[in-house]
Design a protein around this ligand. Structure first.
Ligand SMILES: C[S@@+](CC[C@H](N)C(=O)[O-])C[C@H]1O[C@@H](n2cnc3c(N)ncnc32)[C@H](O)[C@@H]1O
Length: 243
């Protein structure tokens, strides 16, 4: 018997498949708007992959994706299986690849993907390892969801993608999640001198005033030394206008 539950109902009343620090049931799911966004972009038959497990896994199963969930969390997977079982949600097209994503992803081959959700470890460098091994499999037009950009490793990844011509931001839940579309084929990692964020950040850090005063003051100091008074005035004007 196929499920009668709709994605909207799942999102409205999600199961508590995670456990907090005391072992109590909870959910660390993607933000509601992000789950709703996934429900609009994931098509039946799409090849999808996520690091971490949870409501997003159940949603991808319901949407009929050929989904890979990479997680070390056997307890949460047990709760996902039990929920899907009791709601007649088929897991026939879901593969649970058990283990840490940084160890498992390099072993999963290179079959093309339509969508990747990075929501597992949130640490450095695992967040970038996830992006590299899953993101290189994304077809042009495929999406990468970077969750928890309130955490610095995830924010840094999103900032890097924003600065690279291969990626285009297509959706965001401010302070929480950013979604990028792959716009070009080719290698994900370029020589550092071709990476605008690396060049800009290296330049900023190499300047003593930036180190002492912080980014904004350092930039202002550099502009002053270069006598770029009109640029300074323009930046002050924009700051006063709150832009
Ligand atoms: C924020 S939750 C995922 C939430 C899920 N996307 C949802 O919508 O419910 C993050 C999960 O990542 C898993 N995790 C932690 N470290 C990981 C790693 N190195 N690789 C894969 N998953 C990991 C944990 O089991 C944790 O429950």
């Amino acid at each position: 018997m196929p499920t009668t539950l709709t994605p909207a109902e799942l999102i409205r009343e999600p199961p508590l498949v995670h456990a907090d620090g005391f072992g109590a049931p909870t959910t660390y799911q993607l933000a509601t708007r992000v789950l709703e966004y996934l429900a609009t972009v994931v098509q039946a038959g799409d090849a999808t992959l996520e690091t971490g497990e949870g409501v997003s896994t159940i949603l991808c199963a319901m949407l009929g994706a050929r989904h890979t969930c990479v997680t070390p969390n056997g307890d949460a997977v047990g709760r996902i299986r039990a929920y899907c079982d009791s709601h007649h949600i088929s897991l026939d097209h879901v593969t649970f690849a058990m283990g840490l994503s940084e160890e498992v992803l390099p072993t999963l081959g290179d079959a093309p993907l339509d969508l990747v959700v990075i929501d597992g470890s949130h640490s450095l460098p695992a967040t970038f390892i996830d992006w590299y091994y899953a993101g290189r499999r994304l077809r042009v037009g495929g999406l990468v969801v970077v969750d928890d950009v309130q955490l610095w490793p995830c924010a840094l990844l999103a900032e890097f993608l924003e600065s690279e011509p291969m990626w285009r931001e297509v959706f965001s839940e401010p302070g929480r999640t950013r979604v990028f579309e792959r716009t070009q084929p080719g290698e994900l990692i370029r020589h550092w001198q071709l990476q605008p964020l690396v060049v800009a950040e290296t330049e900023r850090r190499s300047h003593p005033m930036s180190r002492t005063l912080g980014t904004k003051a350092g930039n202002a100091w550099r502009l002053l030394r270069a006598r770029r008074y009109s640029t300074i005035l323009e930046k002050v004007r924009k700051n006063l206008q709150g832009r």
